[in-house]
Design a protein around this ligand. Structure first.
Ligand code: GDP
Length: 630
């Protein structure tokens, strides 16, 4: 009898949904949001749209909206009670998860049973009410019938704040297709970004502890607005996906830069930092049975006698110390734990198996007298295996290739692609800074012609970069220029014009920024394949965020596949390398980095480690091993 019941966050993420018919509900729900909830219109808690009546309840504490929709012609006396009961039950069941705030989208909301129970109870209650003699309404009852949206909001702070917090974005039809645990991938990405925002703001508070973070908590301010993308190539044409008329998003002026950066990025990109061998040896010498993780060590600097004992991965092998010649059977329990440990760090399970196997082979038949011997053997074995996995099939030496291209009087062209919001433009700007530091002048081609604000964001970076490296320091030559043609135009065409202009104007490098797109979005993936086919860049870089773990692996695999499928070339140009961003936010969950290279064989060319121009590093197996061993 009910057509729709949906529970969504004020950020527009649908947590749970029941859909009774195949009717399109998004227009009605969005109309409700726009005309009633956003405006806090007073009046009834029901709203009519087309042939539907929508009734809703807001939960301001957890920032949730509960909406039920049914045919207008129906008179359902239990809806008020039903909404309240569902609201209470949902809050009760998921209060812990909901308190977690941003993590709530990761939760599988299996709410169908409760929903059905409450519905049948409410229907029975309504039947019973109908058979009871009518009583006169109390004053309270009559007030209740006049309740307003404002009165339904369970206010925590004052009214103004509550008003501000009612910011609900449009909801797309597709999201109502998910019942129970179908959290779509984009939701997860959005939530991860909000997690990042939280982290970054915490870091800001911790400024003393981590002086490297120069930037403001960018995502709070600059984070993309939650958006629900079409999953699956559902045949939407490009114009209908155009977002260039949206209100421009902030042009990321939060990206700080200062003169101290100048000259720090000369030469090849530095490796991710790990503790020095000396420190490591000192530690090994000072500890018989424990290895102190890098981070801990850094934070221990300056404390007295700072040896802190922590449980490291090596303790898994403690029980094997002093055993006779080790056999596979002896090792199995430890190997199982090691595998679980690695999987816990986001390492794909077949890679975890492979790593465990190499450890088993190394230890087989050995007598390991001390914990040190076992720890160093395990460490060495895993390092060797990871070096093998992470060693690219082919070398990518951008500086050398740029110089080679320059010798033949042509610019070296790099294209950046990836999902929206992963850090394409930001890391493009960091790479640009690195190139300028190495005396190469750069043309940035603004080919994200979809997202409002994308061009402005690049313009801001161009201004900052030229301020750091002004023409007077480079023989009067402007080191970075932006080639832009605004929005709504064909990105492949703009890239082509930019490359022509770049060649005529003797730029050394051209960096082509492209619009973010979901890996399953066929029209946009076709457009990217076209851009690459017609422009034949020297390097196609996939930008993925470490933050989303193995989702980034899925994106990469699908981008690769789509470029191959839609290229209409017998030898399509697929991804040449990976830029793994937001590495600073993942603590030790480095598994996705390993999987990306392992699965595609493509090298991780750059690792983004923060929000300044100098937060660009190269990945080395040693750093990855360190993170894995914590
Ligand atoms: P795009 O849509 O892919 O071009 O994404 P943006 O370049 O606009 O970046 C989205 C957000 O991620 C911005 O707030 C950036 O400052 C932030 N960001 C990009 N790279 C990194 C990184 O390596 N670490 C951190 N912490 N944030 C990053």
């Amino acid at each position: 009898m009910l057509d729709l019941f949906t529970i969504f966050t004020k950020g527009g993420i649908v947590l749970w949904c029941f859909r009774g018919t195949n009717e399109l509900f998004a227009p009605s729900v969005n109309a409700l949001i726009r005309s009633v909830i956003l405006q806090e219109r007073t009046g009834s808690s029901t709203f009519d749209h087309n042939n539907l009546t929508l009734q809703y309840k807001l939960d301001n504490e957890f920032e949730l909206v509960f909406v039920v929709a049914y045919q207008k012609i129906l008179q359902l006396s239990y809806i008020d009670k039903f909404l309240s009961d569902v609201h209470l039950e949902f809050r009760d069941k998921y209060k812990n998860e909901l308190t977690g705030g941003v993590t709530r989208s990761f939760v599988n909301y299996n709410f169908s049973n409760e929903y059905n129970n409450i519905l049948s109870q409410s229907e029975q209650w309504a039947k019973l009410q109908a058979t009871m003699p009518k009583k006169m309404r109390s004053f309270n009852d009559s007030m209740k019938s006049k309740k307003t949206v404002a009165s339904m909001i369970e206010r925590k702070g004052d009214e103004k704040d509550a008003k501000k917090s009612v910011k609900i974005v449009d909801i797309k039809e597709e999201v109502f297709d998910k019942e129970d645990d179908q959290n779509d991938k984009e939701d997860q990405i959005l939530v991860n970004r909000r997690k990042l925002a939280e982290k970054m703001s915490k870091k800001k508070g911790d400024a003393k502890k981590s002086p490297k973070v120069l930037a403001q908590p960018a995502v709070d301010k600059a984070g993309k607005k939650p958006r629900v993308w079409e999953l699956g190539g559902n045949g939407k044409d490009l114009p209908s996906l155009d977002r260039s008329k949206d209100k421009p998003e902030d042009a990321r002026s939060d990206f700080r830069y200062d003169d101290e950066m100048i000259g720090t990025m000369k030469g090849v990109i530095q490796d991710l930092e790990v503790e020095s061998e000396e420190e490591e040896e000192e530690d090994n010498a000072s500890s018989d049975d424990e290895i102190v993780p890098v981070k801990q060590k850094q934070s221990n600097v300056g404390t007295t006698n700072s040896k802190q004992k922590t449980g490291s991965m090596f303790s898994i092998f403690k029980s094997l110390v002093g055993s006779k010649n080790l056999s596979r059977d002896d090792m199995q329990p430890a190997l199982d734990k090691l595998r679980d440990h690695l999987i816990g760090k986001n390492v794909a399970s077949d890679i975890a198996h492979k790593l465990c196997d190499s450890v088993a082979t190394k230890l087989d038949g050995k007598v390991l007298g001390t914990f040190d011997t076992i720890a160093s053997t395990v460490k060495m074995t895993i390092t060797e295996a990871l070096v093998q996995i992470l060693s690219p099939k082919r070398r990518v030496d951008i500086l050398r290739d740029c110089i080679e291209a320059k010798k033949t009087n042509r610019p070296y062209v790099m294209t950046f692609c990836g999902v929206n919001g992963v850090g394409k433009s930001t890391n493009l700007a960091k790479i640009c800074f690195w190139l300028i530091e190495n005396n190469l002048n750069v043309l940035i081609a603004a080919c994200d012609t979809f997202r409002a604000g994308a061009v402005e964001q690049l313009r801001t970076h161009t201004r900052h970069l030229n301020a750091l490296h002004p023409p007077q320091k480079h023989g009067g030559r402007t080191m970075v220029e932006l080639y832009e043609k605004g929005y709504g135009k064909d990105a492949a065409g703009i890239a082509m014009e930019a490359i022509r202009y770049g060649k005529d104007s003797q730029f050394d490098v051209i960096l082509v920024d492209t619009a973010g797109r979901m890996q399953d979005n066929e029209p946009l993936m076709r457009a990217l394949a076209k851009l690459i086919k017609v422009n034949q860049p020297d390097l196609v870089l996939f930008v993925g965020e470490a933050l989303v773990g193995n989702e980034a692996v899925d994106q990469l695999v699908k981008f690769n596949q789509a470029l191959a499928d839609y290229s209409s070339d017998s030898n399509p140009h697929i991804i040449d390398g990976i830029v793994l961003t937001k590495f600073d936010t993942i603590d030790d969950k480095v598994g996705a980095a390993i999987s990306m290279t392992y699965i595609t064989g493509q090298p991780i060319v750059f690792v983004g480690t923060g929000q300044t121009y100098t937060d660009l590093k190269a990945l080395n197996a040693k750093a990855v091993v360190h993170a894995l061993m914590k």
